[in-house]
Design a protein around this ligand. Structure first.
Ligand code: NAD
Length: 488
């Protein structure tokens, strides 16, 4: 798959204009695979963010955007078409700035994400924003109630760098479909997966000025304005649990709605009646995109009765795993997004070794340029070890032995996170029974795939608050209003 030459938009979108930072400053965008500078991006200031929030507020309060679903549908269809025309540019951007393997881009990173906009356009048009409830009696008189769903207002969206185009797009498109205006602050490590969407919006759609702002900055504090400013009605955040906690605390001051999609430490339970030869090699998929995915299963729980067999199969899969240059279609793992992330992952690996886990494959970084980490397999991991409890966000798998089904469920649930996971077994009923007892937002049973734009996605416990995608995710972006009238 040949990549087109990078020609990314690097200015911010504020109030309908593609603009440089008000002080003219820029910040560098680095290719994590080569450590070369790809170019620079407008480095928004607090004044720029202030202007962006004001524009979003004005567009919500003073235009018909929030009350005209047919126009929103038309604009989202234009956005879908515009993104299709720029698809190869987005592919090139995400491979170069995020180090995403090109082989993974047809799925969530690019092609599938663009198709999701068609879903949001359709939902904007067909959703029933007003329904009539059944009549009730009050003091002997019948009462009618109209239930209206109205947009929340201005949505502040804050995103990370791992699947940047998907996350930027899903947050913008869902917010717009529901009739909100929005200010997106993309991650500083992957700014063009945000700013280039701004170019498509400005040049290929009729989305009115102020409805979408895209404000990139090297300064994380610029994002904090979105969780503190009283003109922002809701914050939709994906990223680390630590930042999510901070956003929730900041949002408390103005009682904002908060949607948080945070970290995970998901477990796949392999039951003793599973087809091990078929199932165990999939454990290497932990390393896809350098393990930089919140829902990846990074703990594999294996029955002690078949432990050696499972470990041997997983080890073989890890040794055969292709990683390296993300532009090479053979590779499913590229670099970590930054030196900081590479060092963070390597520190976890050292801690795993120090705490007594057995490192069977990898455990270091290869020679040469790029922020790579070797696919790393730890076995004989105790569930209480740091590597079994903390989100590493790297190509690191922990294999943990268990005694029986109840023990596997206990270990899987022994986590502050609750995002996703899986069960692999022979008999479907037994696998489902186990799945029902795992406290996470999504689960894959016997290789099933839950990810789709109509699937509500989010976490239990410290993996987050609320659900993204699907009608449930759409309704998170709506307020409810009940209007009562005397019955007929
Ligand atoms: P982060 O949570 O620090 O940053 C995510 C986004 O939040 C970025 O756009 C950042 O600029 C912004 N931000 C940071 N501080 C903010 C604040 N106080 N107020 C408002 N916005 C703020 O994540 P990171 O540094 O990019 O990655 C660190 C760790 O986060 C990773 O190692 C991984 O564990 C986790 N992570 C999780 C996901 C996920 O999807 N769950 C995605 C990326 C990273």
């Amino acid at each position: 798959m040949a990549l087109v030459t990078l020609a990314a938009e690097s200015r911010n979108l504020i109030d309908g204009e593609l603009v440089d930072a008000s002080n003219g400053k820029t910040f560098e965008n680095l290719n994590p695979a080569t450590e070369e500078i790809l170019g620079t991006t407008a480095d928004a200031t607090p004044d720029d963010m202030e202007r962006a929030v004001a524009a979003a507020r004005r567009a919500f309060d003073e235009s018909d955007w929030s009350v005209d679903p047919a126009f929103r549908q038309k604009c989202l269809r234009q956005l879908h078409q515009g993104l299709l025309e720029e698809k190869e540019q987005f592919r090139s951007i995400v491979v170069h700035e995020a180090g995403a393997p090109v082989s993974t881009t047809p799925f969530m990173q690019i092609d599938e994400s663009i198709e999701m906009v068609a879903y949001w356009a359709d939902l904007a048009g067909r959703y029933e924003y007003e329904t009539e409830m059944s009549e009730v009696m009050f003091l002997g008189r019948p009462q009618r109630r109209i239930l209206r769903r109205e947009p929340i207002g201005v949505v502040g969206a804050i995103t990370p760098w791992n699947v940047p185009f998907y996350l930027n797009l899903t947050k913008i498109a869902a917010a717009l479909a529901a009739g909100n205006t929005c200010v997106l602050k993309p991650a500083p490590d992957t700014p063009w997966s945000g700013t280039h969407i701004g170019k498509v919006i400005a040049e290929r759609t009729e989305i009115p000025a102020g409805v979408v702002q895209i404000v990139a900055s090297s300064d994380h504090a610029i994002g904090e304005i979105l969780s503190t400013d009283s003109r922002v009605d809701a914050v939709s955040f994906t990223g680390s649990t630590q930042t999510g906690r901070r956003i929730m605390a900041c949002a408390a001051e103005t009682i904002k709605k908060v949607f948080l999609e945070l970290g995970g430490k998901s477990a796949t339970i392999v039951l003793d009646d599973a087809d091990f030869a078929k199932v165990c090699p999939a454990a290497a998929m932990t390393c896809i995109h350098g393990g930089q995915g919140c829902a990846i299963a990074t703990r594999w729980l294996v029955p002690r009765s078949r432990y050696d067999e499972a470990v041997a199969l997983i080890k073989t899969a890890f040794e055969a795993w292709n990683y390296g240059d993300p532009t090479n279609p053979k590779n499913l793992q590229g670099p970590q997004v930054s030196r900081r992330q590479q060092e963070r992952v390597l520190a976890f690996i050292e801690q795993g070794k120090a705490e007594g886990a057995r490192c069977l494959v990898g455990g270091g970084k290869p020679e040469g340029k790029g922020f790579y980490v070797e696919p790393t397999l730890f076995v004989d991991v105790d569930p209480q070890m740091t590597i079994a409890q903390e989100e590493i966000f790297g190509p690191v798998l922990c294999v943990i032995p268990y005694e029986d089904d109840a023990d596997a469920i206990r270990i899987a649930n022994d986590s502050k996170y609750g995002l996703s996971g899986g069960v692999q077994g022979g008999e479907e009923k037994r696998s489902l029974d186990v799945a029902r007892r795992i406290r996470t937002g999504t689960l894959a049973v016997n290789g099933g795939q839950w990810f789709h734009v109509d699937t509500p996605f989010g976490g239990y416990k410290q993996s987050g608050v609320g659900r993204e995608n699907g009608v449930m995710g759409f309704e998170e972006l709506l307020e409810s209003k009940v209007i009562a009238l005397p019955g007929r």
